[in-house]
Ligand binder design. Structure first.
Ligand code: AMP
Length: 405
C-alpha cells in the first residue's frame, strides 16, 4: 500500500450520473472527497459530491483544472472523450487507464480485442459502406444486428435486420456511419460478471448475475445466477483475460450471452461499475462502488461474498409518465385538483408508500430532474432466501408502482 491514495484524498469522476452518485455515497464513509466533472449542473453525482465542475468535456483547460484538484481520476461512463481522459492522465493517475477505454468505446475495437485474445463472441464484421453491409449480410446471414461502432448504449444506435432487403433502410437508419454487423444469437440467458482488479493484479468478482432486458434496457437482475460450475469457471477465466490483457485497475463488467448448449459468448465490456451490479450495495460485503473506490485508490480489493441472494428492478421514467397520465385523468375529473396538478405536472413522481412500507425493499433514487420514458431514474433491491423469492418481491413492488395500487 506504499502508493495508496488514502482516505482524506480526493477522487475525481468524469461523468456525473447515477454511477458517480453511488460511488460518491460509497466513498463518503471512508472520508474520501469527490469532485465530479460533466456539462450538467446539479447532476445526480454533483448533488452528493464535494465539488461539481460544470464544463464541456472538450474544454481541456477546465478538465486540467479539475484534474489538478484531485488525487486520482476515474470515469463513470466509457464514452468520455479520449482527449479528456488523456488530459487527466497527464496530471494524476487515471484508473482504469486509456487502454481499456479505447477498446470499450468502440464496438469494433472491442470485438477485435475479443478475437485477438481468443475470447468467444458473436460472429461479426466491420461495415463502412452499404456495399460492405450487403456483403457481410450474405456472409453472416439473417437475422443480424447492425450497431454503430461508437456512442451506442441501451440498444441505441442498433437495428435488427431480418432480411437482406432491409439493408438499405438499416444503413440509412444508423446514419451511414462506421458500424459493426453481428450475427443474431439465440441465447438462453444473459449474464454479467462485475469484477475489479487492484494495483497488485488481484482480482475479485461478484459471481454471475442474471439479467433480463426490456426494450434493450436492463430490467431485472438477480444474483448469484444459477449456472453450472463449468459456466462460472469459463466466465472467471474470460474476465481474468480481459482485466489482465487490458491492464485494468478498477471495476469492470463483462456481459455475456449464455447459449442453450452451455457456450458463453462475450457481448460487451464496460470499464466501470454496472447496472447489473447495483444489487451488490445491499447483497455483498463490499459493494461494486466501494470496490471501484478501493481499486482506483490503490487499496486491495474487498470481500465480494454475498450475504443473501438478491434481486434488483430498474425504475424507468415511464413510471413517472404513468403517474402524469393518472394525474391528468384526475385533473379532468376534479376541478379542484386542476391547480395542484398543473403546478407540478412535470415532476410528479410515483407514490412510494407501498415501497417504503415494505421492510424487504430498498429504494434508490438518482435525483434526476426530469423523467422520460426509458430514462433510468432509480432502482429497487430486495434480499431473500432465494433469488426467485427476491425477484418476486421486486417485481411485485414495481408492478404496484406501475398500477398505483
Ligand atoms: P448491447 O447494447 O450491444 O449490449 O445490446 C443490448 C441488448 O440487445 C443485449 O443485451 C441483447 O439483449 C440484445 N442484443 C445485442 N446484440 C445481440 C446479438 N448479436 N444477438 C442477440 N441479441 C443481441
Amino acid at each position: 500500500m506504499k502508493h495508496a491514495i488514502f482516505p482524506g484524498s480526493t477522487i475525481g469522476v468524469l461523468g456525473s450520473g447515477q454511477l458517480g452518485r453511488m460511488l460518491a455515497l460509497a466513498a463518503r464513509p471512508f472520508s474520501y472527497h469527490i469532485h465530479v466533472f460533466s456539462p450538467e449542473a446539479n447532476s445526480p453525482a454533483g448533488q452528493v459530491a464535494d465539488r461539481e465542475f460544470v464544463a464541456a468535456y472538450d474544454d481541456l483547460d477546465a478538465v486540467r483544472e479539475f484534474a489538478q484538484s484531485v488525487n486520482v481520476v476515474t470515469y463513470e461512463f466509457e464514452n468520455v472523450p479520449l482527449a479528456t481522459a488523456e488530459a487527466c492522465a497527464a496530471i494524476v493517475p487515471l484508473r482504469p487507464g486509456t487502454q481499456v477505454l479505447r477498446v470499450a468505446q468502440n464496438r469494433l475495437c472491442e470485438k477485435n480485442f475479443f478475437a485477438d485474445n481468443r475470447l468467444p463472441t458473436v460472429p461479426f464484421a466491420s461495415v463502412h459502406s452499404l456495399a460492405e453491409l450487403q456483403a457481410s449480410l450474405a456472409d453472416i446471414g439473417c437475422p443480424a444486428v447492425l450497431k454503430t461502432a461508437v456512442s451506442g448504449y441501451d440498444g441505441k444506435g442498433q437495428i435488427k435486420i431480418n432480411h437482406p432487403d432491409e439493408a438499405v433502410a438499416a444503413w440509412q437508419a444508423v446514419g451511414e456511419v462506421d458500424c459493426i454487423l453481428e450475427g443474431w444469437v439465440t441465447f438462453e440467458r444473459e449474464v454479467s460478471m462485475v469484477a475489479a482488479r487492484d494495483v497488485n493484479g488481484r482480482i475479485a468478482h461478484y459471481n454471475l448475475i442474471e439479467n433480463s432486458h426490456h426494450n434493450h434496457i436492463l430490467d431485472v437482475s438477480v444474483a448469484p445466477a444459477n449456472v453450472p460450475p463449468q459456466v462460472l469457471r469459463q466466465a472467471e477465466a474470460m474476465v481474468q483475460t480481459v482485466l489482465t490483457a487490458l491492464d485494468v485497475v478498477g471495476a469492470l463488467c463483462v456481459e455475456f450471452f449464455l447459449c442453450s448448449d452451455g457456450r458463453l459468448l462475450l457481448n460487451e465490456i464496460a470499464p466501470r461499475p454496472h447496472n447489473s451490479g447495483h444489487l451488490t450495495i445491499e447483497a455483498c460485503v463490499t459493494s461494486q462502488f466501494e470496490q471501484q473506490m478501493r481499486t482506483v485508490c490503490g487499496l486491495p480489493v474487498g470481500d465480494t461474498s454475498y450475504l443473501r441472494p438478491a434481486a434488483m428492478a430498474n425504475l424507468l421514467g415511464d413510471l413517472w409518465d404513468v403517474q402524469r397520465r393518472d394525474a391528468e385523468a384526475q385533473r379532468k375529473k376534479d376541478e379542484r385538483n386542476l391547480r395542484q396538478s398543473a403546478k407540478s405536472a412535470d415532476n410528479i413522481s410515483p407514490d412510494w408508500t407501498a415501497v417504503l412500507n415494505n421492510p424487504q425493499l430498498k429504494l434508490h433514487l438518482y435525483g434526476k430532474k426530469s423523467a422520460h420514458p426509458g430514462r433510468k431514474m432509480g432502482h429497487l433491491t430486495a434480499l431473500a432466501d432465494s433469488v426467485g423469492e427476491a425477484e418476486k418481491i421486486v417485481r411485485k413492488a414495481r408492478r404496484r408502482l406501475e398500477t398505483g395500487d
